[in-house]
Design a protein around this ligand. Sequence first.
Ligand code: PSU
Ligand code: MN
Length: 302
Amino acid sequence: MSLAISDEVQAALDGGRPTVALETTIVSHGMPWPQNLETALAVEAIVRDRGATPAAIAVLDGRIRVGLDRGDLERLARSTETLKLSRADLAYGALSGKPGATTVAATMIVAARAGIEVFATGGIGGVHRGAGTSFDISADLGELARTDVIVVAAGAKALLDIPKTLEILETLGVPVVCHGTDAFPAFWSRDSGLPAPIRMDGAATIAAFARSRKALALGGGMLVANPVPAADEIPAAEMATHIEEAHADSIAAGIAGKAVTPFLLDAIFKRTGGRSLATNIALVKNNARLAADIATALAAGA
Ligand code: PSU
Ligand code: MN
């Protein structure tokens, strides 16, 4: 199945200009209407302002699309029937003809096929709490191990089991580069309480690191963990109670599989009176800035 790449993204790729992939599960399943559409459009504007081309990825009308317009994003943002597609069901989603949003894993796959090296999102999926019995480990981790894309995220959500998430990333050989911090960030909070596996400051340094990995033919992706700006964070201690309660809710409601992450995000949104969403929006924008700068540094060969 061939990719349907927009003229704008194709022109940027042909010209060797910086391009940033964007996922769409955050639009369909990660944020409520209308903040989901507003954020998607704001992120595209930020990427453009930094001199890069945004390439949002989704499945629409039976085609895997790279580069979406406002109407496409609005369809994904409004529909409550959009499929959440990962590696296991990306091809199925395209065959089904239904609208499908791509997770971090599926977005990485499509970005790599299109030749896009950098991808901005909010948070990655990881090892869920209770994974010892549920075995719930996001396909995002395996994808980071095998697909050569730089994923810029605000770390992993504290509603995941962060120590186990970092252990799996290490086992899989995925570099975890924390940007400008000695602490691994926890999405809504700047400090997860765990140390940064690798610290790097500035987009140029990260681009140089990516180039040296390529020179060694190491393959696979890397996670760039970019902490939420201090002014927008919700401290970890404050989040802890909300997270415990949201987790207990998900178990009581018998939530499993793909529904877990969207359920937890919504439960936290309600429990924080919407504050978690404001933080989520701020961190996605912040990641778009850094991703655009890394893409620019890579394109410049600096
Ligand atoms: N984290 C967020 N918002 C999101 C997601 C994660 O804060 O929308 C989405 C991403 O698309 C991620 C996916 O790839 O959830 C992970 O889902 P799962 O845990 O089912 O693998
Ligand atoms: Mn899962």
